[in-house]
Design a protein around this ligand. Structure first.
Ligand code: F6P
Length: 468
C-alpha cells in the first residue's frame, strides 16, 4: 500500500491523537502516505473530501501531538447508511480519486458498525477508542448469545436480548481488555469523587455522582479508586431497599455518603432511571441523562425529611442529598500514560493489519496474567451477532459485588493491570509545569484547528460550496 486514510469518529476521547500518532509513526517506517480525513465520516459525504497529509516526506506534521486530548482531524457522529448504495458508490469513487488504498477508523462500537458497508468496497481496519470501555467481548463467543425477541414498541417489531452465557468468565479471555480513553476518564471521575467527598463530609450530606458509560458500568467501577461508599452500575438493577439500608448504615456511622452511579442505571424492572433522547451516532445510541437526579428523587421520598431532622443534619432530605454530573470533563484533556501508550500501539497495529492485507479487522489490546498486555489483530466479524450487529460490551457481573455495591475480587483483579501504573511521572510533572504558567494569563488559547486548517487540501471538483 502506498497511501492510506485515517479518520476519528464518535465522541472525542483523550487518546485519539496518540492513536493517530502511532499510526503515522508506523506508516513512516513502512513508507506509506497517510491522509487524515476531516470530521470523521462526515468528510466522505463532501465531494471535496477535506483532508490533511499527516506525514509529508514520511515525517509526522508538528501539529500531531500524542499528549494532547481531542483529535486534530476532528470527529463527528455521522453515519454511513448501508442501504444507500449510490451514496456508498460516491464515497468509494472519492476515496479512489484521492488514491486511498485502505482506511483506518479510530472509534467505538458505533464506528465499527458504520465501517461495515465500507469494508465491502475497500480494506478497512478499526483502532478502538472509547471512554466507555464497551468495545470488546467478555469472551470470544459472546456475540452468539444475542437473540431477537418480539417487541411491539420497537420500529422493527423486535429488539435484542442476551441468552445466559455458557462460557466461564476468565479475565485472560476478554477480547479487547480495555480501550484507550477509559483510564483517563476514570482518573477524572475518581478525582471528582475525592473532591466531592470533602463537601459531603463537611456539610453532612449525601452526594450522588453520575458518570458516563452509557449502558456499561466500567467507568463507575473504576471510580472505586476515589473510594466512594456505593457504586451503582447499569448491569445490576437497583435494589432500592438494600440501597436505602446501606445508605442509612453509612450515614449513621460517618455522617456523609458518596454514591457513584453510571448514567445508564436501571430500576428493579430494568427501566432506565435517566431520561433518554435520540442521538445521531452511528450505532443509533441513545443519549442518557438525569440518572442521578432520578435516584435523588427516589431517595428523598424513601428517606424523608424526618430522618435528617432527627439527626439534626439539615431541615430536609432535599437539602441533604445533592447530585453532580462529572460530564464531558471525562472525555477531554491530556491522556494519561496508559491511554497514550496503548492507543499508539493500537494505531500502529492498525497500519500493520492494512499493509498485511487484512480487511474488516480490528486491532485489539489483549491481557494475560502471565504475559501482560499486547496488541493483536481480530476479525471485525467476530464482534458481530448472527444478524451482523455489534453490541456494546456490558460489564460482566463477575466484576461487581451487588451486596457491597463495589468491585468484587474479580473486579479488583480486572482493574489492577490497567491502573496500577497508568499515570506516568510526566503526567504529574506536566500539570505542575503548565497549569499555572503565567503565560496562560496573557496569551489567548491557540487552537490546533487554526493550524490544521492551513493544511487542509481538497479533491478538485467543478462546483464549490462557498461555505467550505
Ligand atoms: O460514548 C461516549 C459518551 O461519552 C458516553 O459515555 C455518553 O453517554 C455519550 O458519549 C455522550 O454523548 P454526547 O457527547 O453526544 O453528549
Amino acid at each position: 500500500m502506498k497511501r492510506i486514510a485515517i479518520l476519528t469518529a464518535g465522541g472525542d476521547t483523550p487518546a485519539l491523537n496518540a492513536a493517530i500518532h502511532g499510526a503515522v509513526v508506523r506508516a513512516n517506517q513502512l513508507r506509506v502516505e497517510i491522509y487524515g480525513l476531516i470530521k470523521g465520516f462526515n468528510c466522505l459525504f463532501n465531494p471535496r473530501v477535506p483532508h490533511v497529509h499527516l506525514n509529508p516526506l514520511f515525517q509526522a506534521i508538528p501539529e500531531l501531538d500524542p499528549t494532547k486530548g481531542g483529535t486534530l482531524i476532528g470527529s463527528s457522529r455521522d453515519f454511513i447508511d448501508p442501504e444507500k448504495k449510490s451514496e456508498l458508490d460516491l464515497i468509494t469513487a472519492r476515496l479512489a480519486k484521492l488514491g486511498i488504498e485502505g482506511l483506518i477508523a479510530i472509534g467505538g462500537d458505533g464506528t465499527l458498525n458504520g465501517l461495515q458497508p465500507l469494508a465491502e468496497r475497500l480494506p478497512t481496519v478499526l483502532a478502538p477508542k472509547t471512554i466507555d470501555n464497551d468495545l470488546g467481548l467478555n469472551h470470544p463467543s459472546e456475540p452468539d448469545e444475542w437473540v431477537r425477541v418480539k417487541d411491539p414498541n420497537s420500529k422493527y417489531g423486535y429488539s435484542y436480548s442476551r441468552t445466559p452465557s455458557s462460557a466461564v468468565f476468565d479475565l485472560n479471555q476478554i477480547v479487547n481488555y480495555a480501550t484507550p480513553g477509559y483510564a483517563t476518564a476514570v482518573l477524572v471521575t475518581a478525582q471528582g469523587v475525592e473532591r466531592l467527598r470533602t463537601t459531603a463530609e463537611s456539610h453532612r450530606r449525601i452526594a450522588i455522582i453520575e458518570v458516563m458509560g452509557r449502558h456499561s458500568g466500567y467507568i463507575a467501577l473504576g471510580t472505586a479508586y476515589g473510594q466512594p461508599d456505593i457504586i451503582l452500575i447499569p448491569e445490576q438493577p437497583i435494589d432500592m431497599q438494600l440501597l436505602i439500608e446501606r445508605v442509612k448504615h453509612l450515614y449513621d456511622l460517618q455522617k456523609n455518603v458518596v454514591i457513584v452511579c453510571g448514567e445508564g442505571i436501571v430500576d428493579e424492572q430494568g427501566i432506565e432511571l435517566g431520561a433518554e433522547s435520540t442521538s445521531t451516532d452511528p450505532a443509533g445510541n441513545i443519549a442518557l441523562s438525569g440518572a442521578a437526579e432520578a435516584l435523588r428523587t427516589k431517595m428523598i421520598k424513601l428517606l424523608g425529611d424526618k430522618y435528617f431532622q432527627l439527626y439534626r443534619r439539615g431541615n430536609s432530605a432535599r437539602e441533604a442529598i445533592f447530585t453532580r454530573k462529572v460530564g464531558h470533563t471525562q472525555r477531554g484533556g491530556r491522556p494519561i500514560l496508559f491511554d497514550r501508550f496503548y492507543a499508539a500501539m493500537l494505531g500502529s497495529k492498525a497500519v500493520d493489519l492494512l499493509v498485511e492485507g487484512r480487511n474488516n479487522a480490528v486491532s485489539v489490546l489483549q491481557y494475560h496474567a502471565q504475559k501482560g498486555f499486547h496488541v493483536e489483530g481480530y476479525e471485525g466479524n467476530r464482534f458481530r451477532d448472527r444478524w451482523g450487529l455489534i453490541h456494546a460490551r456490558q460489564m460482566h457481573l463477575a466484576l461487581y459485588d451487588p451486596v457491597l455495591m463495589k468491585p468484587s475480587r474479580t473486579g479488583i483483579d480486572y482493574l489492577l493491570p490497567i491502573f496500577t501504573d497508568a499515570i506516568g511521572s510526566d503526567d504529574a510533572e506536566h500539570m505542575r509545569q503548565t497549569l499555572f504558567d503565567p503565560g496562560n494569563l496573557v496569551q489567548p488559547y491557540h487552537s490546533v484547528n487554526t493550524d490544521v486548517h492551513k493544511r487542509i487540501r481538497y479533491l478538485p471538483t467543478e462546483s464549490r460550496d462557498p461555505n467550505d
